[in-house]
Design a protein around this ligand. Sequence first.
Ligand SMILES: C[S@@+](CC[C@H](N)C(=O)[O-])C[C@H]1O[C@@H](n2cnc3c(N)ncnc32)[C@H](O)[C@@H]1O
Length: 258
Amino acid sequence: MIEDDLLLAQLWRAVSPRERDETSVVNALEELLVAHGLKKDKAIVLDAAGGFGFPSVELTVRGWFVEYADASRAMFQEAVHRGWEQKAPNWDAMMFYGAGNRTWEDLKELDDGMYDAVLCMGNSLPHAVTWGKDGNPGEAREAIVGALRQFHRLLKQKGILYVDKQVEGDPGALHHIERVELRERPYDVSLITRNDPAHHLREWNAVLRNGDWAGTFGSRGYLLQENELLDLLHKAGFRDIRMATLRGDCYEGFTARK
Ligand SMILES: C[S@@+](CC[C@H](N)C(=O)[O-])C[C@H]1O[C@@H](n2cnc3c(N)ncnc32)[C@H](O)[C@@H]1O
């Protein structure tokens, strides 16, 4: 197993546009925010699983005010670079909550009702404590319940959560991606996902190959199925929960109101 958080962040950044149409996703997300009454010169958005800066960099470039949070320093580092590359306005002054080492549990340090919208994208919830690790899915479930409560608390009244998950009923797949450049070396990548509802297991593995060399990243998280996600959203206090998958995305998305 490869233990290199920065390489994992660079890998996800490189393969993400092969998995989803990033431009369509941001277009659809912007439409969704506007349809929920948000105005880009007034709204404050929290990207709670900021990752390598998708979609916070794109939204910022389009004039939205987005605060970034993530538990991974390596992801944060990628996000900072991406923001510079895309000349995101005020990126240096952008609120990077905790410089990439704040978990969703740590969000309790923030005041109630700060945000008009909270985003949690890229099927991040299942990996609440297991991103890049062979973690304990039971612990991940507890962290998911806590995270949804924090997202609810952090929203203003009538604020909107957008959260996504793997496609319901999908058993997982093997997806070969040729020629990914990482640190100026070419790799062939195989993404292997497995969704096991009987054991609530979501596995995301990436095998990298360069000539005779092969290495694997693995994440073993808690599989959230639709009924359970809807139930947890209700229990966290959300209402008006609707499926709202974004055009171009490879995940299924839901909106929920405070
Ligand atoms: C698959 S990536 C998705 C990133 C981004 N939202 C996207 O769409 O590309 C999952 C992200 O969730 C973050 N994450 C997982 N558990 C977390 C937690 N408990 N607190 C904060 N961030 C977490 C990881 O660090 C990682 O950046």
